[in-house]
Design a protein around this ligand. Structure first.
Ligand code: IPE
Ligand code: IPE
Ligand code: MG
Ligand code: MG
Ligand code: MG
Length: 299
């Protein structure tokens, strides 16, 4: 398997820096009324995070030769939903976390009600962006993209997965149940990032299916690695409190199969993601590298 090289690191840094600028421009100014809400939205979104979903959107856009100006919007929309999901995930009524991206969580820095509203407003902004910018030549495709993100964020996607997570806390899940939870709470948005990025350009049905297969594998791998790192990495490197899953009795791939087998599972999913790309040729290189990053990352 390929090791991440400096050329990839430079590409990744470029997308991350670009997204920082784009998100800073698209979010309401911190001094615009209601200033406390806008300041908290910026606090939740800017200066932090690996920007994995934007990386996936940009990498998928290479398959369809999508314009970067369109990819920025698609990537920002997915990242805003992701940022909202983190703010709500950290609330006392959910995972009750005080540290995120190396900073106090939004409800700690501001207050719970503001954190709720930050999530609401980030979600709305995501859909505003997808509707007010032209991101596909075909308006019907663009409408499909709006729907894709809506479904991925909703009760049959991320929010549904979060409900399953809450109900499963303190219990043991079977492997199929665990997979079902993970592909919803995390996989759905990862999959949407790949779909939205690729749909900014032109795609064949065959390419679409291969990309979706890739996205499903890497979406699950992402959460398996998140489970591994919770048990295996430090609070300092993660920027969020380590060891929370076992402390809270969350069923994870580590609790279900142990650290070593969970790592093997992530590795197998990386292989599956790579295999799905095999007929997509040279433009799939970035997606392969992002898959490597997702599985080999240490934070
Ligand atoms: C953490 O996501 C929450 C999960 C979905 C597992 P990330 O690991 O992508 O968080 P950031 O955006 O880099 O902070
Ligand atoms: C969070 O999963 C998934 C979403 C935010 C939708 P986790 O609860 O495992 O994420 P972390 O570990 O707090 O980042
Ligand atoms: Mg959670
Ligand atoms: Mg959490
Ligand atoms: Mg976690």
């Amino acid at each position: 398997m390929k090791i991440l090289d400096s050329e990839f690191q430079a590409w990744m840094g470029g997308v991350q820096a670009r997204m920082e600028t784009v998100l800073a421009r698209l979010l309401p100014a911190a001094n615009l009324a209601p200033a406390r809400l806008h300041e908290a939205m910026r606090y939740a979104t800017l200066e932090g995070g690996k920007r994995v979903r934007p990386l996936l959107a940009f990498a998928a856009g290479e398959i369809s030769r999508a314009a970067p100006e369109r990819l920025e919007i698609a990537a920002a929309a997915v990242e805003l939903i992701h940022a909202y999901s983190l703010v709500h995930d950290d609330l006392p009524c959910m995972d009750d976390d005080t540290l995120r991206r190396g900073k106090p969580t939004v409800h700690v820095e501001y207050d719970e009600a503001t954190a709720l509203l930050v999530g609401d407003a980030l979600q709305s902004l995501a859909f505003q962006l997808l509707s007010e910018n032209r991101i596909s030549d075909d308006p019907r495709v663009q409408l499909e993209m709006v729907k894709t993100l809506a479904v991925a964020a909703g009760s049959r996607g991320m929010a549904g997965g979060q409900q399953i997570d809450l109900e499963a806390t303190g219990k043991t899940l079977s492997l199929p149940e665990l997979e079902f939870m993970h592909i919803h709470k995390t996989g759905a948005l990862i999959r949407a990032a790949v779909t939205l990025g690729s749909c900014c350009g032109a795609l064949t049905e065959d390419q679409k299916q291969r990309l979706d297969h890739y996205a499903k594998a890497i979406g699950l791998a992402f959460q398996v690695v998140d489970d591994v790192l919770d048990c295996d990495a430090s609070t300092a490197t993660l920027g969020k409190t380590a060891g929370k899953d076992s402390k809270q009795g969350k069923p994870t791939y580590v609790s279900a199969m142990g650290l070593a087998r969970a790592r093997q599972m992530a590795e197998a999913l990386r292989g599956e993601a790579h295999a799905a790309l095999s007929d997509l040729g040279a433009p799939a290189r970035r997606l392969a590298e992002v898959a490597d990053f997702i599985v080999l990352r240490k934070f």
